[in-house]
Design a protein around this ligand. Structure first.
Ligand code: GDD
Ligand code: MN
Length: 377
């Protein structure tokens, strides 16, 4: 250990829950690669009651390790944030306790920060030189790949899910804007902290030997929620537009199903069926846009809002249909390619509906409240 009084360089934050067997192992592994550095290890434990506290207290005689035991709060992400708040070092490294993450990567990660090659470094399984234990089942792999792929537009790393990451502590202005839904706290910090120069350090990810993974199906649903929030944070309008489009797509399915059902099973003629199916479909769209796309907007009275949504949808449809007619009757190209006119009509109508929805139907909240909601919903 180097001079204890001088400024701490590296703080290693390790969230733990029932990791008593792993605690001494990881602490030794870290010390063996950082023995020339002024570092500290902070275990953040959620009251495991398995001897973790005593294990760290014992270690602390020889190594710069301490443990924070939380009893009021639970969860991986909040534990990581707590550790970051307690950290003294210039650089923070977050890693798992189960030896999945090789401590030997830490010096390389910190080096990239020191030399300004990057402002955020992820320990990565998916870059050249990175790997993971082979016995991942098909579904675990598929799951991990899909989850990764969904996060790619948010940050430019190949392993955004990684729980092994490092950054300069001063670069993260505050932790109060972090909303730790679920497991992906690294992704949250990278996006909300607006780190712009990420890099990846290849690692071999080992499966845990002791204890169990706490990642379950509920976490995966939370992850989707988390992604939606990060997209809204990073690309506010585009993200609303995507959701508006998806809602519109499901609305189209509802519309078609009812349109056909009324004719096939209730013997209505097609004009009647068309006129009727519009209503449940438009109501469906209004409802999902209110509860999903524009959750962060003003919640005005349902009936008033529904009426204004229906009215703008009528206009939207008029634009859609009108442009289709105009193009197919007057523009030679579209006379031949009617489907292209159909698509243009849909885009124009939807664009109109979207604009009206944003400024008129689902009014923005006053800005400070909106920011608040954007960060925490
Ligand atoms: N304090 C605290 N509270 N720690 C927790 C909690 C909790 O509720 N849940 C898990 N941990 C600790 C574990 O003790 C371990 O040190 C670390 O967080 C990771 O937990 P695992 O249960 O081993 O997670 P995993 O292996 O399924 O997931 C890891 O890999 C994923 C990518 O494959 C994590 O690193 C994830 O963040 C990562 O996305
Ligand atoms: Mn693990």
């Amino acid at each position: 250990m180097v001079n204890k009084m001088s400024e701490k360089q590296i703080s290693i934050v390790i969230p733990t829950y029932q990791e008593v067997e792993n605690i001494p192992l990881i602490a030794q592994e870290i010390d063996s690669v950082l023995s020339n550095e002024n570092y500290e290890v902070i275990f953040v434990d959620d009251d495991s009651q398995d001897g973790s506290f005593d294990a760290v207290t014992k270690l602390a005689h020889e190594l710069p390790a301490r443990i924070i035991v939380r009893t009021e709060e639970r969860g991986l992400s909040t534990a990581v944030i707590r550790g970051i708040e307690e950290a003294q070092g210039k650089y923070v490294v977050v890693m798992d306790c189960d030896l999945s993450h090789p401590a030997s990567a830490i010096p390389h990660m910190v080096e990239k920060l020191k030399t300004d090659e990057a402002d955020f470094v992820v320990g990565s399984r998916y870059v050249e030189g990175g790997s993971f234990d082979e016995d991942w089942g098909f579904f675990r792999l598929l799951n991990s790949k899909v989850a990764t792929w969904l996060a790619l537009p948010l940050c430019h790393v190949k392993d955004p899910m990684s729980g092994f990451f490092s950054f300069e502590r001063g670069r993260l202005e505050s932790t109060s804007e972090l909303a730790p839904t679920g497991y992906k706290i690294g992704l949250e910090i990278m996006v909300k902290g607006e780190f712009s120069k990420p890099a990846e350090q290849p690692i071999h990810f080992k499966d845990r030997e002791f204890g169990e993974s706490k990642l379950d199906f509920k976490e995966q649903l939370l992850y989707l929620k988390h992604l939606r929030r990060l997209y809204t944070f990073k690309f506010p309008t585009a993200s609303e537009f995507m959701q508006f489009g998806l809602v519109g797509g499901t609305g189209f399915i509802v519309d078609s199903l009812i349109y056909f059902t009324l004719q096939l099973f209730f013997g209505l003629n097609h004009t009647m069926a068309r006129a009727i199916s519009f209503w449940p479909a438009v109501t469906w769209n209004w409802f999902w846009n209110r509860t999903v796309t524009f959750t962060h907007r003003e919640k005005s009275r349902k009936l008033t809002q529904w009426i204004s949504f229906v009215s703008t949808s009528f206009f939207g449809f008029a634009i859609n249909f009108g442009s289709y007619k105009m193009l197919t009757e007057h523009v030679p190209f579209f006379m031949e390619n009617q489907f292209a006119a159909f698509i243009i009509g849909v885009i124009l109508g939807m664009g109109f509906n979207f604009m009206m929805a944003r400024v008129f139907v689902f009014k923005p909240l006053n800005e400070s409240i909106e920011n608040e909601v954007r960060h925490h919903k």
